[in-house]
Design a protein around this ligand. Structure first.
Ligand code: ZN
Length: 303
């Protein structure tokens, strides 16, 4: 990414000026221009929306939460009056598909990997992870079209290449590649400014996360703008650094689990040392380590 691009500036200012970061969270949606006709809309706690206006219509990647989709729509309408023709969903989590009914009502076609609808219909409570309740999504949030492995959508002057990366953040993740624009959306396989999440309960895995990041790195070159599921856009070097973190912290925790150490002992040993600043807060760091312990413990119980 060239030094003059906005994302670096936004990130730098957000780090240097806490008051600006606070102002952004009050405003809730920020718009970051990436290329001509391409932007990212970010609501800080919710998933990023990638907007591609090809001069004919608009494709967006992810839909925000039900609560904030109206704000996202207002931000989008400040950029373009063209209709949202296609919504590509990176995975089933609520902060990515909750806004789908809003866009569907405007006539958009909804596309996702085929496991998304399967997971989004479930009503389950994950007792081993903070009693996490996964409420079923409404029927009109579910994608009307699905793909198993890959699909290429023709765009005016470009393509949107949708690729399934298996068993990563969930069992239904897509990464989206705009080759001409050289923009890559990684979904929640890549999260910046907070620790990543692995949804072990829907087929996510640490190994799959690493493989999915590798698939993205195989696509990206030094000029690629890489959009994470959450957090500011980055470049290939940023994703390489993220991969190093994921590999190192995951390996430390997995080794400790395999040695039979307790959750408390593993957290106390600070296996995320060296990366904690990038996670935003000590409590988030601890949660990430706990999530890895829970997941690796599940894996060793199965084996
Ligand atoms: Zn997610």
């Amino acid at each position: 990414m060239r030094a003059s691009r906005h994302p670096c500036l936004v990130l730098l200012l957000a780090v240097l000026l806490p008051s600006l970061a606070a102002a952004q969270s009050v405003m809730q949606i920020t718009t970051v221009p990436l290329r001509p006709g391409i932007w990212v809309l970010s609501g800080f706690a919710n998933g990023n929306i990638l907007v591609h206006d090809d001069g004919t219509d608009v494709l967006i990647v992810d839909a925000q939460s039900e609560r904030r989709v109206g704000l996202a729509d207002s931000a989008l309408r400040a950029l373009t009056a063209r209709p949202v023709h296609t919504v590509v969903t990176t995975h089933y989590h609520d902060d990515h598909i909750g806004g789908n009914p809003h866009w569907r009502a405007q006539g958009a076609r909804l596309i996702a990997q085929c496991n998304v609808a399967v997971q989004a219909r479930k009503d389950t409570t994950i007792t081993e992870w903070r009693e996490w309740h996964r409420a079923p999504a409404p029927a009109d949030a579910l994608p009307a079209e699905c793909l198993e492995d890959s699909l290429t959508l023709e765009r005016a002057g470009d393509q949107a290449v949708l690729r399934h990366v298996a068993s990563a953040h969930t069992d239904g993740d897509l990464v989206i590649w705009l080759p001409r624009a050289n923009v890559l959306h990684m979904g929640d396989v890549l999260e910046l400014g907070a620790p990543p999440f692995i949804d072990w309960w829907t087929g996510g895995s640490w190994e799959g996360m690493l493989a999915a990041v590798d698939a993205g790195l195989a696509i990206a070159n030094a000029e690629t703008i890489i959009v994470p599921g959450h957090g500011p856009p980055t470049d290939r070097a940023g994703m390489v650094a993220y991969r190093d973190m994921l590999q190192t912290v995951g390996q430390r925790v997995r080794d400790a689990v395999q040695r039979g150490e307790s959750m408390a002992a593993i957290v106390a040993a600070r296996p995320a040392a060296g990366y904690e600043e990038s996670f935003g807060s000590p409590s988030r760091t601890d949660q990430f380590v706990q999530l890895l312990v829970v997941g690796f413990s599940r894996q060793s119980a199965v084996r």
